[in-house]
Design a protein around this ligand. Sequence first.
Ligand SMILES: [Fe+2]
Length: 349
Amino acid sequence: MTILEQSFPGSSDQEQGAYAKIKTLPRARQGTEQQGAYAQKKKLPRDPEALRLRVGCIGAMSDKEVQQFTKFLDEVGAVVLKPDREEDELETYQTLDRLLGKHVWHDMENDHGIVELNPEKPTSINVADTHHPHQPHTDDAYTEQPAVFMTLNCRVAAKNGGESVLVSGADFLDDLSAEDLETLKKPGMVTMGRRPAEPNAPWKFTSSIPMFWVDQESKRLCLRWRCKDKCVKEVAPEALELYERLNNIALDDSKQLVVPLQPTEVLVLDNRAHAHGRTPYPKGEPRVLWRKNYFGNGQLAQSIKTGMVDHEAVQKPAVPMVQEALLGACSLVQYRLPVLRRNSSEHFT
Ligand SMILES: [Fe+2]
C-alpha cells in the first residue's frame, strides 16, 4: 500500500510493522520488492490535503508520527506537518534538526539557523516582490551543494494568496528523452545566482552545477531547478530549447500543486525531487515564513530515499508493452522446451 492510498493518521498495525522492518535496513540492502517501488518516480498528489500529517506537537513527535513522516518523505517527497499544539516555536527545530541533520548555512540566517522570509525585511528580490509569483525553483540552486530537505514553517499566512506551489521533478523527467537528460546532466548548462534585494545589486553567489545529477552514494537521480527569472544568469546554447520546454512545464497550472499553509504548519520537501514557489499576494500584506534547510544526514538518513527516482530505472531504454510481452513469452518457451522434450522422450522410449 502506498502512502497516497491509505488515510492518515492511523495506518494499520500490519503496515506499521512492515515499515518498521524496512526502517532498520540500510537502503542498499533492502529487498527487490522495495527496490521496485523506488524505481517509481516520486510524484506529488493532486490534492494538497493528501500531504497533511496531523501530529500532536512537532517538538515532541511520537515514534508512530515519526514513522508516518518518514514514509511521506520516502514515497512522495513532501509532507505538511499539522500540529494540534505548539508549546515552544523553537522546539520544532529540535525535532527537525535531529531527524534531518546538519542545516544548510545561509548568510541571512539567525542564531537558530533560520532564515525569515518576510517582505518587510527581504532576503532576496523574490521575497521583496510579493505581487508577482515566486516561480518554481529548488533551494540553494546557486550553490555547489543544494539542500536535501527544504522546510518552511508558516508563522503568518497572507490573507489573499501567498500559497506555496509545488512541481514534481517527475513531470520534467517524463518529457525528456535519454539524450535530453544527458545534455542536462552536464555542468555549465544553466548558471543561476542570488542577488540581494536592492535594485541592480551585483550577483552574490552563482553556480553552474548540472540540472540533473546522480548522487554517488544512493544512485538516485537528483534535480536542480530554477524557472527563467532574474536569478538565472546564463543558459548554454545547447540547453536553450530544453530549458524552455521544462520552464513551460513548471509554469503549467495543471502541473502545479497549490498548498496553502496555516500558522504553525511546516512544509517539508525533498529539495532534490520537487521544486517549489509561491503565488502572488498584495504588497504590504503581512506574510512570514521561517525557512531552514538540511543536508539529510540526521536520524532518518538511512530511512528516506531522496531524489526523483533510482538512476538505474531511467537508464533502461523504454520497452513497449507488446515487445515486453513477447520477450516474456520467448523466455517462457525457452524455459519450457527442454521440459517438453524430456517428457516426450520419456513417453516414447
Ligand atoms: Fe525557495
